[in-house]
Ligand binder design. Structure first.
Ligand SMILES: Nc1ncnc2c1ncn2[C@@H]1O[C@H](COP(=O)(O)OP(=O)(O)O)[C@@H](O)[C@H]1O
Ligand SMILES: [Mg+2]
Length: 279
C-alpha cells in the first residue's frame, strides 16, 4: 500500500523488567490506510498500547521498521522524532490527560503555543476547534469543571489543533458511559470524514468496532487478522454515520448533537490557514 499513513514491518518490541525480558510484539507487519477509522482489537495484555505507542512515535521498536507519513522514524534522532510527532500525530487517551490547571481553551491552545504560532491566529483556531466540538461556551472551564464527555471533546480538539495526519486514540471511550461514548465516536467519525484525518484506536467498544473501516486483531503480540472494509462499504458506512449523527440527541452532554445542521465548511477554514494536513 503505497499511500499507507503508517506501516510497520517485522517489528518486535519487548520490555525489560529487572533481569527478565518480556516479549510483547513479535514480528508485526501491518499498514494503516489513510483517511480511515482503524480499530485495533485484542485481549488485555496483547500489545495494543505498545503498538499504538510505536505508530505514535512515542517509542521505538527493538527491531523492524516503522514508517509514518512516509518517514522512516528509525532515521530520526530523539529531538527530530519529538518534532515529527508534534507535527503529524494527535493523541486522545482513555483518561483524557488534560492539564488540570489550564482552561479548556488553554488546553487546546497549548500545542499551538509550543509550535510558536502567532497569538491572534492561535486564538482563532482554538475558538473554531472548541466550536467544532460543541464547547464554545465552556472555553473558560477547567477540566475539573467539565463532564467526562466534555473533557474528551476538549482532548479531541487538542489532538486536532496542529492538523495531524493521524490521530491515535487508546481506548478513548473506556471511561465514558455508553451514550456519551457513542457521541464521542460520532464526533471523531465526523472529524475524520470532514478533514480526511486517519484515526487509529484500540478499543473493546462495540460501537467503535461497528464504525471501523479496518479491524486489526492482535493476539499474544502477533497480528491474528486484518479485515478491511471495501471502498463501497466505506462509503455506505459514511452515509450511516452521518444519519446517526443527525439523530443524535441534544442536552448538556449530548455533545455531538452532531451537525446541529451540518456546520458550514467556512467554519473549518482553520484547516486551510497553513500547510495542508495532507499533500
Ligand atoms: N512499560 C512496560 N514495562 C514492562 N512491561 C510492560 C510495559 N508496558 C506494557 N508491558 C507489558 O506488555 C504487555 C502488553 O501490554 P500493552 O501493550 O499495554 O497491552 P494492551 O494495551 O493490549 O493491554 C503486557 O504484558 C504488559 O504487562
Ligand atoms: Mg492498552
Amino acid at each position: 500500500m503505497a499511500d499507507a499513513v503508517a506501516g510497520l514491518s517485522a517489528v518486535t518490541k519487548s520490555y525489560r523488567m529487572d533481569d527478565v525480558t518480556v516479549p510483547v510484539l513479535q514480528g508485526i507487519d501491518v499498514e494503516i490506510r489513510p483517511g480511515c477509522f482503524t480499530v485495533l482489537l485484542g485481549p488485555s495484555g496483547s500489545g495494543k498500547t505498545t503498538l499504538l505507542n510505536l505508530v505514535g512515535c512515542l517509542d521505538r521498536p527493538d527491531a523492524g521498521k516503522v514508517v509514518v507519513a512516509g518517514t522512516d522514524i528509525g532515521g530520526l534522532n530523539d529531538d527530530e522524532l519529538a518534532d515529527f510527532r508534534a507535527e503529524n500525530i494527535g493523541f486522545v487517551f482513555q483518561s483524557f490527560n488534560l492539564i488540570p490547571v489550564l482552561s479548556a481553551f488553554e488546553n487546546v491552545e497549548y500545542p499551538l503555543v509550543l509550535a510558536g504560532m502567532e497569538p491572534e491566529r492561535r486564538r482563532r483556531r482554538v475558538s473554531r476547534l472548541l466550536d467544532a466540538v460543541g464547547l464554545a461556551d465552556r472555553a473558560r472551564n477547567r477540566p475539573g469543571q467539565l463532564s467526562g464527555g466534555q473533557r474528551q471533546r476538549v482532548a479531541i480538539a487538542r489532538a486536532l489543533a496542529r492538523k495531524p495526519r493521524l490521530v491515535i486514540a487508546d481506548e478513548p471511550t473506556a471511561n465514558l458511559d455508553s451514550r456519551t461514548g457513542a457521541a464521542i465516536i460520532a464526533l471523531m467519525r465526523w472529524m475524520q470524514q470532514k478533514f480526511q484525518i486517519s484515526f487509529i484506536f484500540s478499543s473493546h467498544d462495540s460501537g467503535l468496532i461497528k464504525a471501523a473501516d479496518d479491524l486489526i486483531v492482535l493476539r499474544d503480540g502477533v497480528i491474528q487478522s486484518v479485515r478491511r472494509k471495501p471502498e463501497e462499504g466505506r462509503a455506505a458506512a459514511t452515509a450511516t454515520a452521518k444519519r446517526e449523527d443527525e439523530v443524535g440527541g441534544a442536552g448538556a452532554d449530548a455533545p455531538w448533537a452532531a451537525p446541529r445542521a451540518p456546520l458550514p465548511d467556512t467554519d473549518f477554514s482553520f484547516l486551510q490557514d497553513g500547510t495542508p494536513a495532507a499533500p
